[in-house]
Design a binder for this molecule. Sequence first.
Ligand code: GZL
Length: 329
Amino acid sequence: MEYITEKQLFLLLCLGLSLAGGCVKQKSSGELPQKQGIILGFSQIGAESAWRTCHTRSVKEAAAQAGVQLLFSNAEQKQENQIRAIRSFIAYQVDVIAFVPIVSGGWDNVLMEARDAGIPVLVTDRKIDSDEGLYAGFIGTDSIAEGRNAGLFLLEKFKEPLERGGPIRIVELSGTVGSSAATGRAEGFREVLAPYPQFQIVHSASGDFLRSKGYELMQSILASYSNIDVIFSHNDGMTLGVLDAVKEASLKPGTDMAIVTVDAEQAVINALIRGEVNCVIECNPKQGPGIIRLAQTLARGESISRLIHVDETVFYEWDDLSALPPRGY
Ligand code: GZL
C-alpha cells in the first residue's frame, strides 16, 4: 500500500488536517496522487461532549470501512477554523466536503467557493441558514422534535399541577448560542408549552454544551432561585454538571426537581435508572454510515435527499430499561 509523499503530507499538516483511514496511491511523476476511493474532507466542531466524540468515531469508522479517504479537521469549537479547513479541502480538490456547522450563520462565502470549485457539500448534524442552492443536502438530528419531546414529557409529568393551575417553574440550560441544536430545542420546547401559561421559564442561559459550564450555571441558578420545578438541559454534558451542583446543594435531582435532558449518553441513562433524571431525549450521534453513503453518491455526480433526519427516540423514567443495550457513548 503506498502513501502520499512527505511534501503532500506536510501541506496537509500545515492546513491543520489529518488523513484518517486509507491512503492515496502515489503517481510515479510526483504529481497529485491517483485517488483510491473518493476523498472526503470533513470539518468537525471539536470534542466538547461524549456525544461529539461518538459522532467523530462513527464518521471515521464508516469511512475506513468504505475505503473512503478522510481528510479530517477538528475545529476546536471555532467557526474560523472550519472555514479555513473547508478552504483547504477546496485547494486539495477533494471529491466531497462534509461539515458540522458549529453555528447556523456565516457559511455563504465559503460555500460559494466550494460551488465554484465544483465540489458538492453535505451539511451534517447541525443545520445552516444558507441558501439551499449552496449545499447538496443535510443529514442529522431533528432538534425541534427533540425540544417538542421535552415539552410533551412535562405535559405528562405535571398533569395534576397543571390542573391545579401551576405555576411550574422551569430553568433552561441551552447549548451553543446560534447553533441549530440549541435554537431548535428551545423552539420545539416553547411551541409545546405555549398553550399552558402555568409553565414559566424563569431563567434561560447558555452552558455551551459543556459539563463545566453546566456545573457553574447550576451553582449560580441555585443561589438565585429556591423553588425550581424543572431543569431542561440541552445536552447530557451540561446535565452531568447540573447533577454535581444539585447534589452539592444537598438537593435530590429527579425528586426535588424534574430533569429533562438531550443526547442519551450512557452516563445519563444510568442517572435515569437511578432516578436522578426523569426523561432523556435521544439525539443520535451514529451518523457516520449515512454520511459516507451520501458522500459516495455525491462523488458519483448523483443527487441526494435535501433533508434526512436520523432515527431518534425518548427514554422515560417509567420505562423498563433493564434490556437497553450499551449506548456506546
Ligand atoms: C446535536 C449536537 C449537539 C449535542 C451535544 O445534534 O450537535 O452537540 O446535543 C453536542 O452533546 O455538543
